[in-house]
Design a protein around this ligand. Sequence first.
Ligand code: TYD
Length: 137
Amino acid sequence: MGARLGFVKEITLPQIHDPRGDLTFVEGGNHLPFDIARVYYLYNVPVDAERGGHAHKELEQVIFALSGSFRVRTDDGKTKSDFWLRDPRKGLHVSKLVWREMDCFSQGAVCMVLASRPYDEDDYFRDYKDFLKAATT
Ligand code: TYD
């Protein structure tokens, strides 16, 4: 039981510090353990909005707060965790089979996601019970 549990891991990207401004970069397959197939970002998020509310069957992704902050609540079917993202260098690597919910967005927050696959609605678990069944059996 539980052989398919997903995982969540914090990663820190390199930073080139400069009085003219800091620079951070990311290379798929190097700083991330997968090739980047898609990048998307959330912005103009109302401070009381809740995003996420799903898990993925195969896709994995790394979530960043490029600006501002927000909370990511994760659940691998066994363990629930809360992460606050607020540093553009620090990402949250969320594997497949992890339920995630995002809320507490600060005014003007920008959330960037690097994903291992193109968008595919068939890769989503949008029903918590379906996710739990897949993750725990
Ligand atoms: P969803 O993944 O549910 O957003 P979030 O997890 O941030 O709350 O996607 C919201 C809508 O956008 C949904 O109708 C699918 C669509 N969408 C795309 O068309 N392409 C994409 O790359 C993503 C991430 C979502």
